[in-house]
Design a protein around this ligand. Structure first.
Ligand code: PAF
Length: 286
């Protein structure tokens, strides 16, 4: 589909069309950035497009709500979808093409391959979302391989996902450079997320405890409190604010994601917790 008044952005729906368009730009000497998303776009996603355009001449976004990364009982069915609205936002951000395949195109009958990075997916979110990162690695491998873009941009809010994608791209000799983009936050500090749309007003107010607890833990560790005590205080703060299960509140190495008991260069504070029925994640550098 070419851009029109109804749809301000060209949309392609097959890997062959995507590859053809990217190849044509590259043949004309232009660098292409790919921005993979699941849609329901917010300013955080548009920052990925901007970052892509810092490093390339043309930005291409993909929207695909990937069933393979949702576990049983997760929010696959109710995940927000708004292709027309997303296309308008992408066009406004300077994106040149949207790749929006359907499930049958991505996973046709007989599809039988999985990409699994060893180790990293078993930590942090992987402990409570078994198989999630295999679904992510599989779909991202497919998107990178179809597009063969020069650069691909992923948000740092899902720090573990970014670490896994970097590992996979390096291990599989994928020629696309993987770039992270800093977290975009609301004015009060809550990291933007498509899932914030699920929060009631009360939950939205309470959710602010997540970035605040991370910042407080960083301050405590940097002023000499033992890491374990700072992390326990962070978890207590989340509980006190009304979070239900706290999946983790950890200090970890930014690359290996291994837990750290003492501060170290490249360390990251990461947390995931559930407020109401919504699971939120966030992280900050130490
Ligand atoms: O971060 C996301 O939006 C998704 O996990 C991704 C990388 C687009 C894969 O489906």
């Amino acid at each position: 589909m070419t851009a029109s008044q109804d749809c301000p952005l060209d949309i392609v729906r097959s890997p062959a069309e995507l590859r053809g368009r990217v190849r044509a730009w590259q043949a004309a000497g232009q660098r292409v950035a790919l921005v993979p998303t699941m849609g329901a776009l917010h300013a955080g996603h548009l920052a990925l497009v901007t970052k892509g355009l810092d490093q390339a001449d043309v930005a291409v976004a993909s929207i695909f709500v990937n069933p393979k990364q949702f576990g049983p009982g997760e929010d696959l069915e109710r995940y927000p979808r708004d292709e027309a609205g997303d296309a308008a936002k992408l066009a406004g951000a300077g994106c040149s093409l949207l790749y929006a395949p359907d499930v049958a195109t991505m996973y046709p009958p007989g599809f039988a391959s999985f990409v699994r990075v060893a180790g990293l997916p078993d930590l942090l979110c992987g402990r409570v979302r078994p198989g999630h990162f295999d679904g992510v690695a599989t779909v991202v491998a497919k998107l990178l391989s179809a597009a063969q873009a020069d650069v691909a941009v992923f948000g740092e809010k899902d720090w573990q996902q970014l670490a896994i994608i970097r590992r996979m791209a390096a291990d599989l000799d994928i020629g696309t450079q993987i770039t992270g983009c800093g977290i975009v936050r609301d004015t009060d500090g809550l990291a933007l997320s498509s899932r914030n749309a699920y929060l009631s007003a009360d939950e939205r107010a309470a959710a602010l405890a997540l970035p605040q607890a991370l910042i407080a833990a960083r301050g405590a560790i940097l002023s000499g409190l033992p890491v374990a005590a700072a992390l326990a205080a962070g978890s207590r703060r989340l509980k006190g604010a009304g979070f239900g299960s706290i999946d983790y509140f950890e200090l970890a190495d930014g690359e290996t994601l291994h837990s750290l008991g003492t501060p170290a260069t490249g360390a990251r504070l990461l947390a995931a917790a559930v407020i109401g029925k919504t699971r939120l994640i966030d992280n900050i550098a130490l």
